[in-house]
Design a protein around this ligand. Structure first.
Ligand code: RIB
Length: 339
């Protein structure tokens, strides 16, 4: 099939290349409707598709942004992508979404791919730690980038983050205020700062209320539901905790499954609180208490910051406050009558 160029469109319509280019770039100010209509008709007839790469060489912009997330199967990230994509489209950009699967090598491959595609900027919700090599590719190629959700600890780059310490603190404080003294915690990956900060906030709340927590009450999770189920199955079978903080909602789902199989009632035998406020939390039975992240807004704001950075405007990192969402999975410690 013949691949037509903008010159072919111009020749076929009798208009200049610049007139055709203005129509293709939606810059038809002052142009007659007939001219625009004729050009678009011929574009359709000839099945012309502009060469984004060639366009980028001329305008020095591709009107494309890249977003790399670490785990597209975790409902937190699609919500983040939704906010980012809506803002990108509202500003005339397309968004290329990449999934690194928490692998630094895969993250690097996508950074290089986005560079080759001449994206105008990159949003990086990096896996555990943004490696010097990966950040170096971006800085060496002078591609504007914004960190999202992670990477705060290893980079001075601007980003949009959550106050995870406060989120963990709110979770611990909520369980304590319900009267729980024996409280367990399932952390996220130990090499992810936002996970560590949630644990630190949680421990701070217990410390402020003089509530001890034996080391075996803390499980090192990885943000994945299946592993959380395996860990919780063992933990709950041998522990007397009355409450548990899971550092993300997906792991809380794993705890639910383990509790159900062990005939442990949530919340009567075990109060459970998660983190993220993914949509599933509302449909779990009982509905999940959690710490809400402004996930959609974080996605939107990260694109706003990136567009500013692309236009060389000053940018500063944004930090969102978490909020406690109390539903039915946490309750007061029942007054147990000990015979
Ligand atoms: O659930 C996945 C977690 O990874 C979220 O809490 C989010 O903060 C991301 O870092």
């Amino acid at each position: 099939m013949t691949k037509y160029t903008i010159k072919d469109i111009a020749r076929e319509t009798g208009y200049s290349i610049s007139t055709v280019s203005r129509v293709l770039n939606n810059k038809e100010e002052g142009m007659s409707k007939e001219t625009r209509k004729r050009i678009l008709e011929v574009v359709e007839e000839m099945n012309y598709r502009p060469n984004q790469f060639a366009r980028g060489l001329i305008t020095k912009q591709s009107n494309m942004l890249g977003l790399i997330v670490p785990n597209i199967s975790n409902p937190f990230f699609p919500e983040l992508c939704r906010g980012a994509e809506d803002e990108a489209v509202n500003n005339g950009y397309s968004l290329i979404i990449c999934n690194s699967d928490d692998q630094s090598s895969k993250e690097e491959r996508y950074i290089r791919l986005l560079k080759e595609q001449q994206v105008d900027g990159v949003l990086l919700a990096s896996m555990n730690k943004l490696t010097r090599e990966n950040e170096g590719i971006l800085t060496d190629s002078q591609i504007p980038y914004i960190l999202v959700d992670r990477g705060l600890d290893v980079s001075t780059a601007t980003g949009v983050f959550m106050d995870n310490f406060k989120g963990g603190y709110l979770a611990g404080k909520h369980l304590i205020e319900l009267g729980h003294q024996k409280i367990g915690c399932m952390t996220g990956p130990v090499d992810i700062t936002n996970s560590n900060n949630r644990l630190k906030g949680f421990l701070q709340a217990l410390k402020e209320h003089d509530i001890p927590i034996p080391s075996h009450y803390i499980m090192n999770g990885n943000y994945h539901m299946e592993d959380a189920y395996d860990q919780a199955k063992q933990f709950l079978a041998n522990n007397e905790v009355t409450a548990l903080f899971a550092s993300n909602d997906l792991m809380a789902c794993g705890v639910y499954r383990a509790a159900f199989e062990l005939d442990i009632s949530i919340p009567n035998d075990l109060s459970v609180i998660g983190f993220d406020d993914i949509p599933f939390g509302e449909v779990l039975n009982p509905k999940l208490s959690t710490i809400r992240q402004n996930t959609y807004q974080i996605g939107k704001e990260s694109v706003k910051l990136l567009i500013k950075k692309i236009h060389n405007e000053p940018v500063e990192s944004l930090f969102y406050e978490p909020t406690l969402v109390v539903r039915k999975s946490t309750t007061k410690l029942p007054e147990r009558s000990f015979s």
